[in-house]
Design a protein around this ligand. Sequence first.
Ligand SMILES: Nc1ncnc2c1ncn2[C@@H]1O[C@H](COP(=O)(O)OP(=O)(O)OP(=O)(O)O)[C@@H](O)[C@H]1O
Length: 259
Amino acid sequence: MSAFLEVEALAKNFGGVQAVKDVSFCVEKGSICSVIGPNGAGKTTVFNMISGLLRPNSGHVRLEGQALTGVPAHRMARMGLGRTFQNLAVFGHASVVDNILIGMHSKLRSGPFSAAIYWGRTRREEVAAREHVEKIIDFLEIQGVRDLPVGTLSYGVQKRVELARALASEPKLLLLDEMVSGMNQEETEDIARFILDIREELGTTVVMVEHDLGIVTDISDKLVVLDFGRKIADGQPHDVISDPTVIAAYMGAEQGAAA
Ligand SMILES: Nc1ncnc2c1ncn2[C@@H]1O[C@H](COP(=O)(O)OP(=O)(O)OP(=O)(O)O)[C@@H](O)[C@H]1O
């Protein structure tokens, strides 16, 4: 049986820079997998190849055996992918509810023309969409700010709205790009709890790129470590972070930064 997500021999060059070289790993259904590594290791590039923002020079990505490689990013929601971005990607002037409704558009069947013909179906879809949004709002505990413009909220709550929008399309695979960077301790702990709840209660598989080693070792089932574009380790968090190759990669990066 094939793995839920298969990343096979991915490679990507930017001009003369080999950002990712022959990276392969698998993610089991219903698990949380984190891709870590020092600055410039190739994490974001791998992530963007999984989510369709970048096309690999070679290699494949498959979700439940279906090829994702070459599928444009805007069709990924229909393939079962949801994602958040390293830099906040919310509509600051729109309310929390409207931001989440925007995330649902890939699930709605009615466009303006079919809406004119099938008014009843459109109406039912809209009611169902609003009910679904309310469930997500309850799930992520953002009831108190539901009608406020997202731009007026704290950074941690805005990230939660972004997460809500990614969940709106009911993804099978949720990709989280440096979700907790810039968050304080309390916001980080909240997000860690929500990620665990998403896995437990919604059964969603989660892949994250993360700098914060505390959160990844606490909540991940598996870590994949990159260094200079190559995979140097993968496995259970406590084994991986005590692996001498991984320690050396992080220490090398620190020494490089200090020099
Ligand atoms: N668009 C690009 N053009 C040229 N080089 C790039 C581009 N994107 C990434 N790189 C280079 O590819 C390498 C991997 O970058 P990437 O952003 O994937 O690493 P990262 O592990 O996500 O780093 P960070 O932790 O700093 O975000 C780096 O050397 C980077 O400078």
